[in-house]
Design a binder for this molecule. Structure first.
Ligand SMILES: [Zn+2]
Length: 143
């Protein structure tokens, strides 16, 4: 089941597209939703792979021509020029095997993270493979 974007998701992404260094608090104020909601939604958007990274917004007016060309062809295009609409869906891939996830994703939640898998076998294998890392993330979240 692809993750369907709603207005809150779109609001967060749009807000971060304007300024990737924005704090959760600024987004909370802008969108008038609670901090836990913004945090949970943000982490989910990262988990499902829509938000790849928060990249700086480059003001190409400040660059000399050769670099400007480079930026226009490069990363900037990918992360800052998407027009997202409510109801769009994000295709999710299994966090272990990379296959597209079907109607019933297996979800594994720990701390602030959610991981999605195509089947229970992948979920179990992922947990075993990353046991140490998951444990330390959970410990850190408790502090
Ligand atoms: Zn899988």
């Amino acid at each position: 089941m692809p993750h369907e974007l709603d207005d809150v998701d779109i609001g967060i992404v749009t807000s971060l597209q304007q300024d990737g260094r924005k704090s959760f608090r600024q987004i909370v104020r802008e969108l008038n939703i609670s901090t836990p909601t913004v945090q949970a939604r943000y982490h989910r958007l990262v988990s499902i792979g829509l938000i790849k990274s928060i990249s700086p917004v480059i003001d190409s007016a400040n660059l000399v021509d050769r670099q400007k060309e480079k930026f226009e062809k490069g990363d900037r295009h990918e992360s800052h020029s998407m027009n997202l609409k409510s109801g769009m869906s994000v295709k999710m891939k299994c966090d272990l095997c990379g296959r597209l996830i079907g109607d019933k994703p297996q979800v594994f939640k720990f701390a602030n993270f959610e991981r999605f898998f195509c089947c229970n076998t992948c979920k179990t294998q992922y947990k075993e493979k990353n046991r140490g890392r998951i444990q330390s993330i959970i410990e850190k979240a408790k502090e």
